[in-house]
Design a protein around this ligand. Structure first.
Ligand code: A4P
Ligand code: MG
Length: 175
């Protein structure tokens, strides 16, 4: 089997029980073959970006090690989105769950199916704030995630809770 690669994901939800959906998505990632969760950021409540007339999101970032290819990881995350009730309507519109691959070790590519690193990650405080907690020195386009985060306006992006790893029940949000 090949050596695992490090990858970072951004998860977002703004419909339904947002906390429960995010927790369940992390649990499903963790339960997936070829995926090991290395770190989960705090949870942030964030003003909608792009299309602003929609409910606020909860966002978090996940670090993982995986033996999957980038395309294999995308198929997995899209399967989890679908199984959690994601229906694709409009671009940047409301969603039960969205899982974006931000960065995948050793891969820079741009195809319609997959662009790595994620093209908007350095413009989004809702991505950079959680990611800076778990990958501050990761370098994207010549700058660290922490430097990108310091440079961005993070008004409307609020850390609301730590993410708690419970041995029995899997990850849960602290109340
Ligand atoms: N795709 C290409 N590259 C990637 C990648 N690195 N990771 C393709 C994941 N997918 C990637 O995505 C459309 C297509 O992008 C996929 O078929 C995949 O092959 P989608 O999830 O079906 O559609 P979408 O999410 O509506 O479009 P898009 O452009 O991915 O939107 P974003 O960028 O995900 O933005 N505001 C706040 N505060 N918090 C949020 O989480 N999210 C969005 C969605 C907008 N505003 C937000 C938030
Ligand atoms: Mg998306």
């Amino acid at each position: 089997m090949s050596e695992p690669s490090v990858a970072y994901l951004s998860l977002g939800a703004n419909l339904g029980n947002r906390e429960e959906t995010l927790c369940e998505a992390v649990r499903r990632l963790e339960a997936s073959k070829g995926v090991e969760i290395a770190a989960v950021s705090s949870v942030y409540e964030t003003e909608p970006w792009g299309k602003t007339d929609q409910p606020r999101f909860l966002n978090l970032a996940v670090a993982l090690r995986t033996t999957l290819s980038p395309e294999g990881l995308l198929a997995l995350t899209q399967g989890i989105e679908t199984s959690l009730g994601r229906i694709r309507h409009e671009r940047w519109g409301p969603r039960t769950i969205d899982i974006d691959i931000l960065w995948f070790e050793g891969f820079e590519k741009s195809t319609p199916e997959l662009t790595l690193p994620h093209p908007y990650m350095t413009e989004r405080a809702f991505v950079l704030a959680p990611l800076a907690e778990i990958a501050p020195v990761l370098t994207i386009k010549g700058k660290t995630v922490e430097a990108w985060r310091e440079a961005i306006d993070d008004k409307g992006v609020n850390n609301i809770s730590e993410y708690k790893q419970s041995e029995k029940n899997g990850p849960q949000l602290k109340s």
